[in-house]
Write a protein that binds this ligand. Structure first.
Ligand SMILES: C[S@@+](CC[C@H](N)C(=O)[O-])C[C@H]1O[C@@H](n2cnc3c(N)ncnc32)[C@H](O)[C@@H]1O
Length: 225
């Protein structure tokens, strides 16, 4: 993938989170629908998102500014549809402009909170799911805001093809331990710690590049259905 020309595609001047804490909860748990809550989809017409009209095979949950999403679509899986899910609207807007103008026909960034599950995806349909450097919510009182829980793992398991893979990464030891506890409790997926780039074999995300620059340790897991 060629470098992104940020003069041609400037990032918005204010890139603060602009998300209400409520966006991290399923809509069904909220008494009042917050303004700007991401749309909840039960079904998606894939021809509206991807040029070949097919469903996605690769999922990047919490794609953020999307460098990794774009690299997946352009360099790693040019012949598969790659779907990013992101709760921050501005990230999706920026990515959609880039994707459209650069004619990346197998890639889409959907404004969506994964707290609402993955109902719009068929079972046994996804080859790889990435959940990389999710928002940490380290504090105990914020635990409920984490998307990664037993319900989430059940959805991941449902949509993954047999032998499909879930890739996890974090820069926080507590979150890595939490991922392992939840995977162990779930029981249905084998998982392993990934220690080397050879085993991981994927490009760096925006957040990972930051960690590399700042010398921050990262923790990675690959789980298989
Ligand atoms: C620290 S950023 C990492 C972004 C990217 N994966 C990377 O590694 O550079 C975490 C991203 O996950 C998104 N996110 C957190 N909770 C989410 C949810 N419930 N649904 C969709 N996206 C979510 C955040 O908005 C943020 O963009």
């Amino acid at each position: 993938m060629k470098d992104i020309d940020f003069n041609k595609y400037p990032l918005p001047a204010r890139m603060r989170h602009h998300t209400s804490p409520n966006f991290y909860f399923p809509l069904s748990d909220l008494k009042i629908i917050p303004e700007l809550y991401p749309p909840v989809y039960k079904e998606i017409i894939w021809k509206d998102l991807f040029e070949d009209g097919g469903a996605p095979k690769i999922l990047d949950i919490g794609c953020g500014r999307g460098l990794f999403l774009l690299k997946l679509a352009i360099d790693i899986f040019p012949n598969k549809n790659v779907l990013g899910l992101e709760v921050r609207a501005w990230c999706c807007d920026w990515l959609k402009t880039y994707i459209k103008n650069e004619n990346i026909n197998n890639c889409y960034a959907l404004h969506y909170s994964v707290a609402n599950g993955l109902l719009f995806l068929d079972e046994n349909s996804i080859e790889e799911i990435y959940y990389l450097f999710p928002d940490p919510w380290v504090k105990k009182k914020h635990l409920r805001r984490r998307a990664f829980n037993q319900k989430f793992l059940k959805e991941i398991y449902r949509v993954l093809k047999p032998n499909g893979k879930l890739f996890l990464a974090t820069d926080l030891l507590e979150v890595d331990c939490y991922h392992k506890e939840e995977l162990t409790h779930f029981e249905k997926m084998n998982w392993k710690d990934i220690q080397t780039q050879e085993e991981w074999n994927r490009p760096a995300t925006n957040k990972e590049l930051f960690c590399l620059r700042e010398n921050i340790k990262t923790y990675k897991i690959i789980a298989s259905k």
